[in-house]
Design a protein around this ligand. Structure first.
Ligand code: MIC
Ligand code: SF4
Length: 646
């Protein structure tokens, strides 16, 4: 029987379990990446393992999220990260060098290798045929220590792309179509593997846009074959020696096969406030647009921005629109500059932002109140832009450029100009001086630790019984942006007591006070949630900060993969309702007791929740692997793992 790409890479890296979808497996990790917002905590955890040097083939620490630097905190964190990288054998990509996923694609990603990154969009590297996963910082810390990465062996879904993209329709429209078909829910435990003739015609940056937004569907990862297109890209990056071919066997079998005919696609948009709320651009009518932001790890490549520059050439941004352009990397910016495209952007009135996450995470360029903002990024969750009542639409660079010129939602095909055919450089201008190599003599490196950096908080072993209160009851699709906001709060990532003050800031500002009060009275806090709890980012702070506030269990209708893993890693029990109706019956403020939880987890027993306020009880399930059954009772992975290392 033939094998899929996913199966091939997993099999060459397997260290525990077998390729049986649904079972837990462990694989060897070749490469890791972190970014600064998740990285400080990951490295604090790594330090506590007492390992002298990373054990991976390559580890890179990127500084791209908190680059705004209002106050000393971000800059202090950057200095900490630089000293850690020097000491432990990690490459450091300096602030200004670009967004982690774009730079990793350009300079480090390799076909047929495994990569985990403390960022949910790490699967972007799937564009090169890398098997890449987003994970919590602690999982990345352990991979740097040489430990396997454990996850549920995935079901492989083949997405066959046929036909050819019509002019003005691009990779973003393909992935918005994927989101239309698969939505943001129900894809946990699956991998999207792309193939077909339509795939062969897509360049690596186009594939990267598609692999990037698989994260929004909640899949474990997305992967493309490594073929001639991959070889061309690596050659243009002067890395032809990194190319190896990897493709699925013709007789490989898949869990499901879905075909998308590229010739039939039209420009699409994801309407507020979810990436799967899809319409055609034409159906949007002539809505007035106030802001256009082009960039993020989804659409900030040379090709994307050269296309935008060509559309804007000789035109001016509409007076009602603020146009922001943030190139994905210094390499992209420098090549746009050398090839003349930057002049077109600036002449048209684009506001050039730093090569960083910036607007995408709401730490700059928040739109005005009630604005309509068109963005080429990947998430339009409520409030993520930094403006609570803004309406954010996700679009392609072509649709974004069209709106920047007309001031309205415009199908770019209606601009009446020829579609820009961008000639990609055969060789990019490459300059790696913003990437600092690790120090050869690690013992000479002093770790710099500013006052904003505290030790990772400790969690206690799981009690025999969880007894407490439903401190918050929330609905479906609660994202990690709801649980702990990023944006202007993100500078406290290394200061948990301070950052914890913002847990559930968007849906319920008073949560931290209530939780602290209950915790200080000796009660456990319990979160009750609907479907797909913990969508979105990989930020483990969405588990660490609730843990700090005394949260011991989350009872939800369903969980997203990375967040569920993070909860377990930090000793919070993820429980799923057995009966739908039990969610409806629970009230915020109810007193709950979960007797014998520790033993039930260890012995796979029946878990009953007693509702002391209502005098009722109901059943919940805790789906754990054998490994996780050890982690939770210990109060989290760090507690368990440290025993092996110290
Ligand atoms: C995001 O896009 O939400 C982030 C910010 O990149 C996060 C990581 C973080 O919260 O630091 C992610 O996607 O994992
Ligand atoms: Fe950065 Fe946005 Fe990409 Fe997250 S999604 S890594 S914030 S650019």
């Amino acid at each position: 029987m033939g094998r899929t790409i996913t199966e091939k890479v997993i099999e060459t890296h397997l260290v525990s379990g077998r390729f049986i979808p649904g079972d837990e497996i462990g694989i060897r990790i070749d490469q890791t990446l972190t970014q600064d917002a998740t990285g400080t905590m990951a490295y604090l955890q790594f330090e506590s393992l007492n390992i002298p040097r990373v054990k991976t083939e390559l580890s890179v620490s990127y500084i791209d999220h908190n680059t705004v630097q209002i106050g000393f905190e971000n800059a202090d964190d950057h200095r900490y990260l630089q000293s850690i990288a020097q000491k432990y054998g990690i490459y450091l990509s300096r602030p200004g060098n670009g967004i982690c996923h774009q730079v990793h694609l350009e300079r480090f990603g390799k076909p047929a290798k495994t990569l985990i990154g403390a960022d949910s969009h790490t699967p972007t590297a799937g564009a090169l045929g890398t098997l890449a996963f987003g994970a919590g910082g602690l999982d990345v810390a352990l991979a740097m220590a040489g430990e396997p990465f454990y996850f549920t062996c995935p079901y492989v879904i083949r997405i066959v792309l046929t036909g050819k993209l019509p002019p003005w329709v691009s990779a973003k429209d393909i992935v918005l179509k994927v989101l239309d078909l698969f939505t943001t829910k129900g894809n946990v435990g699956c991998v999207f593997e792309y193939g077909g003739k339509g795939t062969a015609g897509l360049s690596v940056p186009e594939r990267a846009t598609i692999a990037n937004m698989g994260a929004e569907c909640g899949v474990t990862t997305s992967i493309f074959p490594s073929d001639e297109m991959t070889a061309l890209f690596l050659k243009a990056q002067q890395r032809e020696m990194d190319w190896v071919e990897i493709k699925a066997d013709p007789d490989a079998s898949y869990h499901r096969i879905v075909e998308i005919n590229l010739s039939e696609l039209a420009p699409l948009t994801a309407r507020p406030h979810s990436p799967d709320n899809i319409s055609t651009v034409r159906d949007m009518g002539e809505i007035e647009v106030n802001q256009v932001c082009i960039g993020s790890c989804t659409n900030s490549s040379y090709r994307d921005l050269a296309t935008v520059a060509t559309i804007l050439r000789g035109k001016a941004v509409h007076p009602g629109v603020s146009l922001v352009v943030a190139p994905g990397s210094r390499q992209v910016l420098e090549n746009l500059l050398r090839d003349g495209y930057l002049a077109d952007l600036i002449a048209a009135g684009a506001r050039l932002a730093e090569n960083a996450c910036g607007f995408c995470i709401g730490n700059s360029q928040s739109p005005r109140g009630k604005a309509v903002s068109l963005r080429t990024s990947n998430r339009n969750f409520p409030g993520r832009s930094g403006t609570r009542d803004a309406d954010v639409y996700l679009v392609s660079p072509e649709t974004a450029a069209a709106a920047a010129v007309t001031g309205r939602f415009t199908d770019p095909r209606d601009l009446g100009i020829p579609y820009p055919e961008i000639r990609m450089p055969k060789r990019f201008h490459i300059d790696d001086r913003m990437i600092i190599k690790p120090e050869d003599k690690p013992t000479t490196v002093e770790i710099y630790r500013g006052p904003n950096i505290g030790p990772p908080p400790k969690s206690d072993p799981l009690p025999e019984t969880i007894a407490g209160v439903v401190t918050i009851k929330i609905g479906d699709n609660i994202t990690t942006d709801h649980i702990i906001p990023a944006g202007r709060r993100m500078k406290y990532r290394s200061n948990i007591p301070k950052y914890a003050e913002f847990v559930f800031e968007l849906p319920d500002k008073s949560f931290p006070e209530r939780a602290k009060k209950a915790r200080d009275e000796g009660k456990h806090n319990i979160i009750v949630a609907g479907l797909s709890y913990g969508q979105g980012s990989s930020r483990e702070h969405a588990a660490i900060c609730p843990m700090f506030l005394g949260v011991r269990a989350v009872i939800a209708r369903s969980f997203e993969r990375i967040h569920a893993a993070n909860l377990i890693n930090f000793g919070i029990v993820p429980l799923t309702f057995k009966e739908e109706g039990d969610y409806n019956r629970l009230e915020q403020g109810d007193s709950l007791e979960i007797p014998d939880i520790k033993r039930m987890i260890e012995e796979d027993g029946k878990i009953t929740v007693k509702n002391l306020s209502q005098g009722t009880s109901f059943e919940v399930v805790c789906n754990l692997s054998a490994r996780q059954k050890k982690i939770l009772p210990a109060g989290g992975l760090l507690n368990l793992q440290k025993r092996d290392y110290i």
